[in-house]
Design a protein. Structure first.
Length: 206
């Protein structure tokens, strides 16, 4: 698939779960954050954006500005740590405990030169869609240049403040390949927003 980077966003406030450090919650005996990082174990570099006491070896850690400023601010902080020649990045929420390397590989096929041949404009990125057709934007692979251009645009539009900007504003002008999950097992985009979600994820990984 060639080289790609990964930026994992772990700075959310988890209000629906009482403000706990949600990415650190275990699923199948491992923090969700670590499960996501393992799914992109072949990415170079791997960047975690958010608080972390301990991370796997080789993972770069940074914080969004301001801390708790939301996913767009976190994406900007993560992309700032990528190597200059990085072309592709997996942009991922840290609460996707069912994410797999196979799922990342599926997304990569849609944004690499060897990807499916179509008459459409080449995509700026690809993300999964759920059964209702909703984009799972923080379970996607994107062209770094396209994301950086949109971050620059938003920074100007918002007077230099990306805090609170929605992900849909970041991706609004991009050509996105929407990918339904057709692989085996549970949906890789399943995120854990509640305690019940964590329990469901535990059942899936048993």
């Amino acid at each position: 698939m060639g080289t790609y980077a990964a930026v994992v966003l772990a700075g959310g406030s988890a209000r629906r779960m009482g403000g706990v450090d949600k990415p650190a919650l275990p699923v199948g005996g491992r923090p969700m954050r670590d499960r996501v990082l393992a799914a992109v174990g072949d990415a170079t570099p791997r960047v975690l954006v958010g608080p972390a006491d301990a991370v796997p070896a080789g993972v770069r850690v940074t914080r969004e500005d301001p801390p708790g400023g939301g996913p767009v601010a976190a994406a900007a902080a993560g992309l700032a740590l990528l190597d200059p020649d990085t072309a592709l990045v997996a942009l991922l929420a840290a609460d996707l405990p069912l994410l797999t390397r196979a799922a990342i590989g599926e997304l990569l096929t849609h944004v690499t030169p060897e990807g499916p041949a179509t008459s459409e404009q080449p995509p700026d990125g690809a993300c999964f869609v759920d059964g209702d057709g909703r984009r799972q934007s923080l379970c996607g692979v994107w062209r770094v240049a396209a994301l950086r251009a949109e971050l620059d645009r938003l920074t100007v539009e918002r007077g230099g403040n990306l805090a609170g900007a929605p992900v849909r504003a970041l991706l609004a002008n991009l050509v996105v390949r929407e990918v339904p999950w057709s692989g085996d097992g549970p949906p890789p985009w399943f995120d854990c927003d509640t305690d019940e979600d964590v329990r469901r994820a535990e059942e899936w990984v048993r």
